[in-house]
Design a protein. Structure first.
Ligand code: NDP
Length: 275
C-alpha cells in the first residue's frame, strides 16, 4: 500500500504547528509541515525533531499560486495525491491597527478567502478516496453571518449558492469597502469575520460538490473553529494552548475510515454547530 500523506498549511507556528505535532503522533503516514518561508519552516521542523517527531517539509505560500501549483505537483508526483489537507494558514489585523479598513479588507480576504480557495482549487482534485479536508475557519465567521443583512444571510445559508456567487459576494464586500459602502451593502465592519464567513460557506459548497460528484469516495470536508487560542494572532490572554486548539482540526483530519459525518459542517469543540 502506498504511504499516506497529510499536509498542513501555515504550520511553522501557532495552531498549524500544533496540528502537525498531533498528526505526527496520530496519523499513520508522512506529515508535511509547510511554511511560506523555508527558514521559519525548517526551524519549526527542528523544534518538533527535538520532541522526537519527524515531520517532512514543503515550502508553500498560499498567496503565491505558483507555490501552490509546485506543491500540488510535488504531492501528486511523490504520493499520487493527498490523504489529509488542513487549510490552516490565515491572517488577522490587530484591533489597534490603523491601516485603512478597505486595505484590511483586501489583504485579509486575499489570504483567508481567495488564497485558501486557490489551495482548494488545486488540491481538491488530488484528494484521494477516504480523504479528509479541514478548513480552519472561526466562530467569528458565524457571528459575522448573524450580523449580515437578511438578504446576505439567506444566501450564505442557502443550499443552492454556487462557488461563483460566493466569490462574487466576497469581491463585492472588498469593492464596497473601497467606496465606504459596505454597510449599505449589508456587511458588518469586520474584514476577518467576512473572510471566515466566506470560508465556511465555501466549505459547505465544496462538500456538497463532493457528495454529488464523488459519492463513492467517502471524502469528508468540514470547516471548524479551533477555539480562542494563545498564538501570535490572538495574543496571550486566550484560554486555550495551541495543542488544545489543534484538537478539533485534528479530530476532523483523522475521522476514521467508513465515517460518513460530519461532512459540510462547521464544527467547534468536536461538535457540529448551527449555521
Ligand atoms: P498565527 O498568526 O500564530 O499563525 C498563522 C500561520 O499562518 C503562520 O504560520 C503564518 O506564517 C501562516 N500564514 C499566513 N499567511 C500565509 C500564507 N500566505 N501562506 C502560508 N502561510 C501563511 O495564527 P493562529 O495559529 O492563531 O491561526 C491559525 C488559524 O486559526 C488561522 O486560520 C486563524 O484565522 C484561525 N483561528 C485562530 C484563532 C485563535 O484564537 N488563535 C481563533 C479562530 C480561528 P508566517 O509565520 O510566515 O506569518
Amino acid at each position: 500500500m502506498s504511504t499516506k500523506v497529510a499536509v498542513v498549511t501555515g504550520s511553522n507556528k501557532g495552531i498549524g504547528l500544533a496540528i502537525v505535532r498531533a498528526l505526527c503522533k496520530q496519523f499513520q503516514g508522512d506529515v508535511y509541515l509547510t511554511s511560506r518561508d523555508a527558514g521559519r519552516g525548517q526551524e519549526a521542523v527542528q523544534s518538533l525533531n527535538s520532541e522526537g517527531l519527524k515531520p517532512m517539509f514543503q515550502q508553500l505560500d498560499i498567496n503565491d499560486v505558483n507555490s501552490i501549483i509546485a506543491a500540488a505537483a510535488f504531492f501528486k508526483d511523490k504520493y499520487g495525491g493527498v490523504d489529509v489537507l488542513v487549510n490552516n494558514a490565515g491572517i488577522a489585523f490587530k484591533n489597534a491597527d490603523t491601516t485603512p479598513f478597505a486595505v484590511q479588507a483586501e489583504v485579509t480576504l486575499k489570504t483567508n478567502f481567495f488564497a485558501t480557495r486557490d489551495m482548494l482549487t488545486h488540491f481538491m482534485p488530488l484528494v484521494k478516496a477516504g480523504g479528509r479536508v479541514v478548513n480552519v475557519s472561526s466562530f467569528v465567521g458565524s457571528r459575522t453571518l448573524n450580523n449580515c443583512s437578511a438578504a446576505l444571510q439567506e444566501r450564505f445559508r442557502s443550499e443552492d449558492i454556487t462557488e461563483e456567487e460566493l466569490v462574487g459576494l466576497m469581491q463585492q464586500f472588498v469593492d464596497q469597502t473601497k467606496k465606504g459602502e459596505h454597510k449599505q451593502g449589508g456587511w458588518p465592519d469586520t474584514a476577518y469575520g467576512v473572510s471566515k464567513t466566506g470560508l465556511t460557506v465555501l466549505s459547505m459548497i465544496l462538500a456538497r460538490r463532493l457528495s454529488a460528484k464523488r459519492p463513492n469516495d467517502q471524502i469528508l470536508l468540514n470547516a471548524c473553529c479551533p477555539g480562542w487560542v494563545r498564538t501570535d494572532m490572538a495574543g496571550d490572554k486566550a484560554p486555550k494552548s495551541p495543542d488544545e486548539g489543534a484538537v478539533t482540526p485534528v479530530y476532523l483530519a483523522v475521522l476514521p475510515p467508513g465515517a460518513t459525518q460530519p461532512h459540510g459542517k462547521f464544527v467547534s469543540d468536536k461538535e457540529v454547530q448551527p449555521w
